[in-house]
Design a protein around this ligand. Structure first.
Ligand code: PMP
Length: 496
């Protein structure tokens, strides 16, 4: 333990030690049950007499901050450390001016912290990932061990900032099997696709520039674009995806520097961009010289219908930056995503990535490459598709069975989400607490809209909307959860 001591100070050394430890305990840095160093050891480390340290510990013990256990040492007592200081606590001296300036910038206020876990009996349709109970944790552990045996220390070096070359090759082959030709040297591996979105937005745009997004769209992208102080412009979406017909006039009026789109199983609405609109979008963006950022976050989770070509597959070269991830089709904690693009922008993105984080985890990339190469990834994907397909069907059945007739949804052909539109008089924000009382929860629609309409789906003729993740619950839990949601809706309707 390092405690800076001022030997010229009039404050005795034991007080200096006591004060440093007290601050550590009260700030939470030394958490309850932390064992303090033995007095003899700390005295040696600090170059002081052992009695000095013993006196400091005795003061802390007298104040009820630590306790000594016979034969075992001194420990921090529970309930000593208060929660982190609230931003404007009157009891504390004010933050320095630069901290206050950060606090005042609303775009940096960021999204709310993760919602507290729902009560154990609550059926949750919230969140944007697959079912963690299906994660192939055991298989992945074995692959990690095999990679460590095979590669040893090489797996623990930084590695190529563009990503582990064999994994880039494997990704290129997977993309080719989906009709998307990308050379491994045009693939950049990132810490999840969120990092890829951030790199692209940072490289191509500066604060105040416009970015065109579907309205609604992925809330994490909205948080990112707002944090970068971009001007977010929404374009409405219907059951055939982005209303590309409105694109031309928006491009002319708003002159955005980038179009961000989720053409497959859109988050949050679950819709797919029609084939005709894909071609229209490419043509209009090309005419106006605006790059497209294509986010294909769950493209492989298709349960029915024919796959449309990726926008990237329609790109003659360098128009579309394609982004995808292993988070939804495999596991989000891997933090492996990637982008594919040709031209000078690739070098710009690779340079910015290197400057930002040096490299994505080498060990995880090697393990992922081994996992994909031996065919386990494809097997896992097939199994996930079968299971999620059944869950989607269960949710559509339960909606028909338990929800009032005025509630509308377009059945998604894949992905993770069903987007519900409530009758005009009902609000998802008001529904949420009633649903919690019934034991079910979901994501209200307001957070997915670029205009930030809190809880209201401003552009929707149906009133308010909400997102249900069907992938995270079993068919039985889905039926029960939607029954509870129906109950909550009827209570809300009776009130309004
Ligand atoms: N795009 C979309 C549409 C998403 O829903 C998410 C995660 N919820 C991401 C990108 C980012 O995911 P990750 O960083 O885990 O790849």
């Amino acid at each position: 333990m390092r405690i800076p001591l001022d030997r010229q100070s009039t404050l005795p050394l034991y007080r200096q030690i006591e004060t440093a430890l007290r601050q550590g305990i009260l700030s939470g840095g030394l958490s309850p049950d932390t064992r303090l160093p033995a007095t003899r050891q700390l005295a040696r480390d600090l170059g002081v007499n052992r009695i000095t340290v013993e006196t400091a510990y005795a003061e802390l013990e007298a104040d009820g901050l630590i306790a000594s256990r016979v034969g075992s040492g001194s420990y921090v007592l529970p309930a000593c450390s208060p929660p982190p200081r609230p931003p404007d606590s009157p009891a504390c001296p004010p933050w320095p001016a630069w901290q206050q300036a950060v606090h005042a910038r609303s775009e940096l206020a960021g999204p709310p912290l993760p919602a507290p876990a729902p009560a154990p009996q609550t059926i949750s349709f919230a969140g944007g990932t697959g079912d963690s109970r299906l994660f192939p944790a055991d298989d992945f552990r074995k692959v990690m061990q095999a990679v460590m045996r095979r590669d040893g220390a090489a797996a623990l070096e930084y590695g190529d900032p563009r990503g582990y070359a064999p994994l880039r090759g494997t990704i290129a082959r997977v993309l080719a099997s989906q009709g998307l030709q990308a050379h491994p040297d045009n693939i950049l591996i990132t810490a999840g696709s969120q990092a890829a979105l951030a790199l692209v937005a940072q490289l191509l745009l500066k604060p105040g520039d416009g970015i065109l997004v579907e309205s609604p769209t992925y809330s994490g992208a909205l948080d990112l674009f707002r944090a970068l102080r971009l001007r977010v412009v929404g374009i409405p979406i219907d059951e055939r995806g982005m209303q590309v017909e409105a694109l031309e006039s928006l491009l002319a009026r708003q002159q955005p520097g980038l179009i961000y789109t989720i053409p497959n199983f859109h988050n949050p609405t679950g819709t797919c961009l029609s084939s005709q609109r894909r071609r229209q979008l490419m043509a209009v963006a090309d005419r106006y010289g605006v790059p497209i950022l294509e986010d294909d976050f769950v493209g492989d989770l298709r349960y029915e219908g024919r796959a449309q070509p990726a926008l990237k597959a329609l790109d003659p070269g360098g128009r579309v930056i394609y982004v995808s991830t292993f988070s939804k089709m495999l596991m989000p904690g891997l933090r492996v995503g990637f982008l594919a693009v040709e031209g000078p922008v690739y070098a710009g993105l690779a340079g910015l990535k290197r400057a930002s984080d040096l490299a994505t985890s080498n060990l995880i990339q090697r393990a992922l490459e081994a996992y994909v190469t031996v065919g386990r990834y494809q097997a896992h994907l097939r199994r996930s598709c079968q299971i999620y397909h059944k869950r989607r069907d269960a949710m559509l059945r339960a909606i028909r069975r338990h929800l009032p007739a005025g509630v509308r949804c377009d059945p998604p052909q894949g992905g993770l989400f069903v987007w519900l539109r409530l009758p005009a008089s009902l609000s998802a924000g008001q529904l949420l607490p009633l649903a919690a009382e019934e034991g079910v929860t979901f994501d209200p629609g307001g957070r997915f809209f670029p205009d930030g309409a809190a809880g209201e789906c401003a552009a929707s003729p149906w009133g308010d909307c909400l997102r249900l993740n069907f992938a995270v619950q079993t068919p039985e839990a889905i039926d029960e959860g939607i029954r509870r949601l129906g109950q909550a809706l009827r209570r809300l309707a009776a009130r309004t």
